[in-house]
Design a protein around this ligand. Structure first.
Ligand code: AMP
Length: 387
């Protein structure tokens, strides 16, 4: 495989999408003196506050993505619901990583599942749903419960229905079919744990995988990531190998985040891929010697990637809008930061809304149990809640 040209510090990285992932990527880039330009329509977006430049146009504008490519040395994107055609337009003028083809695969659940099957990766049994009859047949084939999902534009549990009995099929179908996107239904996996791992892959095919995190969701939104995940070492190793295999088979250059279910038999079933940094990898900012964001900068620049190591048990808790809403916009950060090993990361979002990701706290401690206790306590203190 051809080696990407090396971009030295001083070169410019273009980022499509101005959320917190772009912001943290831009901060990591700045540490190594790379410049960044973000494409996002919102002039006050989290990334735009820290990048060197911003193109305040819609993501779907091909002219804007071409302008981004022209003004930068390499382009990436920080969320999947970006228009793949505008990513392809950028790719005519600058290298784009991961490729538009990886984006197309991962932004459509059906394409993603088929690509995983082709790569020999285990996933929950699923069916493509094009009609009510398809869903009824899936009920017979897969059994209950099953999870009906929109094939595109679903995240944080949006566009999902759990169907527990045949009588609910019609109502669930009506509710999701109204979204006018393709549907997929999966067997419900009675997992014992959800984990994820992030693999970096370079243009010349080297891979390096971050330690898997154990993820706890609340209302379908990531709440807590615990590292090391409390699973046998053999499962951890399998997860890392699986992520590297997926990165290689999909020919990813950049990061690929792999969300998996761990079954009671310690089998791994892949649920979802994201070709970008991931919320469950925020722990790497304080728990590893190289963060997921630094690793991505290295890949984009064609620099050697690190073999990331966890230096201490680390727990991340998300800070959602409710922490602000419940405290009249005045969380008690001073009390949170009294706790040992706490790092506070805030995303600069002006408007807190319930369920909106506003920041996170990382806690590094001697044991996972201590980190978990301190992280939860720190968040409760900021939230002015007592347990
Ligand atoms: P997703 O949008 O696919 O990441 O799903 C969001 C969350 O819904 C996952 O993190 C799981 O907690 C749950 N979920 C999704 N698919 C399934 C499934 N097939 N079986 C059990 N739980 C699921």
């Amino acid at each position: 495989m051809e080696r990407e040209s090396l971009l030295n510090p001083g070169s410019t990285i273009g980022i499509i999408g101005g959320g917190q992932l772009g912001r943290m990527l831009a901060i990591a880039a700045r540490q190594m003196d790379y410049r960044t330009v973000v494409l996002d329509p919102d002039p006050g977006c989290p990334s735009g506050q820290v990048t060197d430049g911003q193109i305040a146009e819609p993501y779907s504008s091909r002219d804007a993505s071409r302008e981004l490519a022209r003004s930068t040395d390499v382009v990436t994107y920080e969320f999947e619901n970006v228009d793949a055609d505008s990513v392809s337009a950028a790719a005519e003028l600058a290298p784009v990583h991961p490729s538009a083809s990886v984006l197309r695969t991962t932004q459509h659940r059906l394409h993603e599942k088929n690509a995983l099957l082709k790569a020999g990766v285990s996933v929950a049994p699923f069916r493509h749903v094009q009609s009510l009859e398809d869903l009824q047949q899936a009920g017979v084939d897969l059994g209950f419960p099953m999870v009906l999902k929109t094939a595109t534009e679903g995240y944080d549990g949006k566009g999902q229905e759990i169907i527990t009995r045949a009588e609910d099929i019609e109502r669930s179908y009506e509710s999701l079919a109204a979204r006018k996107t393709e549907l997929i239904v999966e067997q419900f996996v009675p997992f014992k744990m959800e984990i994820s791992t992030i693999c970096a892959r370079t243009a010349d095919g080297q891979t390096a995988t971050f330690p898997p995190s154990e993820n706890v969701h609340r209302n379908h939104i990531l709440d807590v990531s615990i590292v090391p995940a409390r699973i046998p070492d053999s499962v951890t190793e399998n997860a890392r190998l699986l992520a590297a295999d997926i990165a290689t088979q999909l020919d990813v250059v950049g990061l690929i985040s792999v969300e998996m279910f761990v079954t009671k038999e310690n089998e791994l079933l892949v649920n979802e891929l994201a070709p970008r940094p991931h919320n469950s990898g925020h722990y790497t900012m304080d728990g590893c010697d190289t963060s997921q964001f630094e690793q991505l900068v290295r890949v984009l620049a064609g620099m050697p990637i690190a073999e990331p190591k966890l230096h201490s048990p680390t727990v991340m808790v998300n800070l959602l809008g409710e922490v602000w809403v419940d405290t009249d916009g005045d969380p008690d950060w001073a009390r949170a930061l009294e706790m040992p090993g706490v790092s506070l990361h805030l995303y600069g979002k002006a408007e807190p809304r319930v369920g909106r990701k506003m920041g996170h706290i990382n806690v590094v401690a001697d044991t996972v149990e201590d980190a978990l206790y301190i992280a939860t306590e720190a968040r409760d203190r900021a939230w002015r809640r007592s347990r």
